[in-house]
Design a protein around this ligand. Structure first.
Ligand SMILES: C[S@@+](CC[C@H](N)C(=O)[O-])C[C@H]1O[C@@H](n2cnc3c(N)ncnc32)[C@H](O)[C@@H]1O
Length: 296
């Protein structure tokens, strides 16, 4: 007798901005979040009398199958109140979502030379960029394949600021995508830490699969040591709580790259860090913001 593939709870939400739906799904523990429908159109101004385009965008979160669908839908509605959001839960088989991810997941380029792609895909040689840095990642249970805007914003920062010969800390490593990108762009040493044991396993596996295990050290947050570059793609509330910790982990004159916050949360996050950092830039995509700072 063969064991049945584990089931997953998939919940499709709509009726609020995609960035807000993503943040709430993640805060509720989604292991993966995808935006579909007219999500891209949310940046287009609506004509008078039309409903905002994001009302038609659907954001789907994937949760372990032992979550109660009615309880989860109620928690999402509470978190999004007073907005009237639509939540449609469905149980799906393990193999279905893995296949769905694989269909959507193609080589992606970040900036000039950095590529993230699945193991099965080829990246065409680009004569204009003979120094391509390619990292291979397959979707797993840990967050981070580059498809999410918060990850993409950090990968683009790394492409513009390759940490050649520098010491890098990826705080909240998920799949390890940022750590691997930093190593493949020339970092001398990279440390990847997370509070989630599944992320540490995924990062170790991914470092090995990319033959970067000699330069990517994976461990718990307690083991984190100061670095020249610290990347932290976590949500706004933990980033605010972590301000003193992250300040103690960036060398004087070193770079801090914060991501995972919504545009309306940027001032509060920046405020938590101004005593120790100068904010020197940033970028935004689909309602998400990256903040770039240099340690005093
Ligand atoms: C949005 S994912 C980012 C993953 C990856 N770095 C990326 O850019 O795609 C956030 C990660 O931070 C981790 N995390 C959440 N709170 C944390 C905390 N207080 N300390 C360390 N890691 C944390 C989560 O377990 C998760 O793996």
């Amino acid at each position: 007798m063969t064991a049945a593939a584990p089931a997953w709870l998939q919940i499709e939400t709509s009726g609020a901005s995609p960035a807000l739906l993503e943040a709430v799904l993640e805060a509720e523990g989604a292991v993966a979040v995808t935006v579909s429908g007219s999500g891209d159109e949310m940046l287009v101004e609506t004509a008078p009398g039309q409903s905002p385009a994001w009302n038609r965008a659907a954001v789907t979160g994937l949760f372990p199958g032992d979550r109660d669908p009615a309880e989860l839908a109620a928690a999402l509605r509470d978190a999004l109140a007073p907005r009237s959001v639509d939540c449609r839960p469905a149980l799906i088989e393990d193999r279905d979502w893995v296949r769905a991810w694989m269909q959507d997941y193609r080589p992606m380029r970040f900036g000039r030379r950095l590529w993230v792609c699945p193991h099965h895909a080829e990246v065409a040689a680009d004569p204009a960029s003979p120094d391509q840095a390619i990292i291979r990642l397959d979707p797993g249970l840990a967050f981070g394949t580059g498809t999410h805007p918060t990850t993409a914003l950090c990968l683009e920062w790394l492409d513009v600021h390759p940490p050649v010969g520098r010491r890098v800390l990826d705080y909240g490593c998920g799949s390890g995508v940022l750590a691997l990108a930093a190593a493949s762009l020339g970092a001398a040493y990279v440390q990847a830490v997370d509070i989630d044991p599944q992320s540490l396993v995924a990062t170790r596996d991914n470092a090995g699969a990319n033959r970067l295990e000699q330069r990517v050290d994976v461990g718990s947050v307690e083991a984190a040591t100061p670095a020249d570059v610290v990347l932290a793609n976590i949500l706004a509330a933990p980033l605010i709580d972590l301000a003193p910790t992250l300040a103690s982990l960036v060398h004087s004159g070193g770079d801090l790259c914060l991501s995972g916050l919504l545009a309306e949360q940027a001032d509060a996050v920046q405020e938590a860090y101004t005593a120790d950092f100068d904010f020197v830039g940033g970028a935004a995509r689909d309602g998400w913001v990256r903040l770039d700072a240099v340690r005093h």
